[in-house]
Design a protein around this ligand. Sequence first.
Ligand code: DGJ
Length: 700
Amino acid sequence: MNRNEWAGRSWTLRGARTEYTVAVPAHGRWLELVAWGPHGVSDGPSPVSYDGPTPFLTSGDSAPVEYGTDAARPFAGPDLVVETATGDRRVSWDYQEATGDEHRLAVTFADPVSGLRTVVHYEIPAGTDVVRRWVELTNTGDAVLRVVRAGSAGFCVPTPHGARLSYQWGQWAQEFQLDHVDLGHGNFTVGSSQGVPGHLYVPWLAIRDQAEPVGATWGVALAWTGSWEITAERDTGGLTRVRVGRHLPDGPLDLPAGASLSLPVAVGAYSPDGLDGLARVWHQYQRQLAGERLNPRPVLYNSWEATYFSVDAENQLALARIAAELGVETFVVDDGWFVGRPDDHGGLGDWTPDPAKFPAGFDAFIAEVRALGLNFGLWVEPECVSPRSTLYAEHPDWVYAIEGRPITPIRNQYLLDLGRPEVAEFVHSTVDGLLRQHDISYLKWDFNRPRTEPGRGTGSQVPVAGRVDLDGAHVANLHRIYENLRRDHPHVVIEACAGGGARTDLAMAARSDVFWPSDNTGPLDRLAIQYGFLHANAPHLLSSWVTDAPGLFDPRPRSLAFRFVLAMAGVLGIGADIRHWSPQDRAEAATWIARYKEIREIIVHGTVHLIGGPDQSRCAVQYTAPDAASVVVLAWHTGRLDGAGLLPSRPVRLPLHGLDPVATYRGGEHRYSGSHLQAVGLPVHWTATHDAELIVLHRI
Ligand code: DGJ
């Protein structure tokens, strides 16, 4: 259908380079996509509509339905399933009204039988190429409704030659593995039922037509820090529909008479420039989410790998003194600083500094760190509790549990039921208290176990009878606590961590300053992790440490330079036991840190191009400064090192992007035209000892 055939019931939202047009057909039973792509894409026949014969099908089976119940029957299944008190699930609604402007749209549907009123919201934040979508449900009837499936959105993507899906899988210490699957027909699902986004998959998916490997690419991600699901299904006519939303491990959500419920924001992204271009769209959006907090994070030292749980004032100060000499700005004491924590069997919940470890007092210790010119940071894991702790002895009912059954320990710890107001109050006041009592300017908030027990302990202020949306309540309070901490302690940088990267979603990107993506800092493993991470996340969110070689997980040898250049791809930190570094290593480290400080504004604000990949002979990241006058290139030698530089060979060429072809760029002694750098590439010469490069080019 052409746009003018919608009888005034079509709306176009516009972003920086993208537009998104939806319409309500004459029957008024759903909202459908008209076009999603570059400006002007809606002016012509819709690339996703189907108006041919539909033998054996309903029109809903073939329509690009935006948000449907099972009465509409979108081919990939309904986004929303609501059950009435009589068990009727065929909620069917009619269009009521729409309000909005070029950046916002709210379309209302109502079902007179069940009393369900649904507002489908859209927003393209000015200057971005993402469309935010969420749904508000209101029960205007007089009986409770049960939300059985709570999808946030359906996104329709034209894939006439087959869909190529890109997704990220992982496990602990191997997160963000970028992979691809070709979907001819049928569906593909990723998700989590762990009450946390999880290590296994990232709530992120990219979709493109198989015949367009580097062209138009669409992305979908979810701003939800609990259980989730993304399903892509391709129909026989070449349309891929992606459903995205919460997964409900606690069963249906009750929507009592008169109540409203907002479902999480799902975000769609479009780029004409493949996966790499799509990464830039996500980066730009996350930079907007960071707002005024988008500035270089401090260069930090974290003591975890150097001392593990054997923290004490003496060893921390020994590390801090060296860190200060190297140019580090913030010293973070990781796990092990509080009472009852000689190892991972106790202590969680009792957030008091251990006087045996800090005999002169914790504040005196912090003052000594501060006197070295360093800011001070602290690790916490406030949602967890050790069975061997005072907190658990006093409040055994605060943890997720099923009465009469044993609780599943993971890493020797239980999980607090943060959805309970008294628990949320404890967690907030504990962290808030630490920030008020001590001179802390960096907080690492960890979460080392998913939820297992789908039950609430007795004695809660919130009724146990009936179903409780444990997942939703936990996430809502987690978000609220983060928001309150940021409001009350605006100078504190918050790092979100969950045993590595199990809690990285768009909702956390809006509430924390940086993510810890993985416990694996082994050079080549880390390169693959960061490569996947940067496809979905901006560099200011990428916390990365230089650790000792050989690494804990990946012993493949790489130079100190390689490890520094790798950690400079985001927020540079050091996690090595620098007490054992030689004077040469320390001098080299100081040089790298100084160089990082010179380029970090460009890392944070620059336009990113991902060049090659960790499995290819060339792998680099290009950051182009907003004024396009400077370009930073970080490059790594990913192949075998033996023979490099000795065998006859030509330099590796890194094709750069987005330069002025007629301008000249200077890099060290060399001069190149923009055209040469783009068409031929920046040369890098690898040798057995020279396996990474930081090159800064200036336009002259
Ligand atoms: C898991 C984190 O990912 C690590 O960096 C470290 O903080 C440990 N937890 C501490 O227990």
